[in-house]
Design a protein around this ligand. Structure first.
Ligand code: A2P
Length: 266
């Protein structure tokens, strides 16, 4: 039986025993805004009917809108309905990709500002991997700060390589500038393994340590914009903190100071 909305896997990379990324062909007609997500999945045998049915989950597109292919970054859950299977895909395999991108983590949902913060935990970095490779991000802001909190050092590798790739990309490097005046700031932290910066970003902001390290003032609705993507507890805690700083939540139809989206887990 033909798979509906099939796309072909072109590359797979395993980062840790819990994380992998993969690239697939892009439907010629698919247009999306950096930061949006689509539904992707596999055909899975339904125990009751004995028939194959699509099993789909929301995945942020990690690649920028100018890329010829689409990239995704995923957790592997050993007994997860989708990711227990998806983690075994190989180049040449087909997946389902519904070409209907949506999402709140888009530039259109924010008012103009001077500095944008991308706050991520775990696989929540995926939409920012798209936004950080979008020239508009550097055209719209004087400063772009990515914070990424993970349990272990190995879980930071995808983000670290992303930042290296951006800094060595000819076009993006020109927009970002170099050395002392570079617009792009990267602030990785771990919570359960030694690394140069230990602690949850929320705690590091509360104590003032993160702002001191970065040499910036605490968030201010006059200048700062933010996007949040991580586990539910993180999203809620950081959302409350941003509200305390005076930032208000925006939407596509009503742009304001910050937007939030949960990472989609199996
Ligand atoms: P911690 O190890 O202290 O729980 P997970 O893999 O469970 O999704 O977590 C990813 C990262 O997010 C971990 O480093 C975790 O820290 C951190 N985290 C979990 N909850 C919160 C929260 N409410 N605020 C900030 N960071 C959090």
């Amino acid at each position: 039986m033909a798979i509906p909305d099939a796309q072909t896997v072109t590359a797979v990379q395993h980062w840790t025993d819990r994380l992998f990324s993969f690239r697939v062909t892009r439907p010629a007609s698919l247009r999306f805004r950096s930061g949006e997500f689509v539904m992707i999945g596999l055909m899975v045998r339904d125990d009751k009917s004995g028939k194959d049915k699509p099993l789909l989950r929301a995945y942020s597109i990690a690649s920028p809108s100018w890329d010829e292919e689409l990239e995704f970054y995923s957790i592997k859950v050993q007994d997860g309905p989708l990711t227990s299977r998806l983690q075994h895909i190989q180049p040449g395999d087909q997946i389902i990709l519904r070409p209907k991108p949506v999402g709140t983590l888009v530039h259109d949902a924010l008012l103009p500002g001077k500095r944008i913060w991308f706050f991520a935990t775990g696989t929540g970095i995926a939409p920012f991997a798209s936004l950080l490779r979008d020239p508009q991000t550097y055209e719209d802001y004087d400063e772009v700060i990515l914070t990424h909190t993970c349990r272990e050092v190995g879980e930071l590798q995808y983000g670290k390589e992303l930042i290296d790739t951006i800094r060595s990309d000819e076009l993006l490097a020109e927009l970002i500038g170099d050395g002392f005046h570079e617009k792009l700031r990267y602030y990785p932290t771990t919570t359960r393994e030694e690394s140069p910066k230990i602690g949850r970003i929320t705690d590091l902001m509360r104590s003032g340590e993160a702002f001191a390290d970065l040499g910036v003032a605490p968030l201010n609705p006059e200048t700062d914009r933010a996007m949040i993507c991580g586990n539910l507890a993180f999203n809620l805690e950081l959302k409350a903190m941003l509200e305390e700083y005076g930032l208000e939540e925006g939407a596509n139809s009503d742009p304001k100071h910050y937007v939030v989206e949960k990472a989609f887990l199996d």
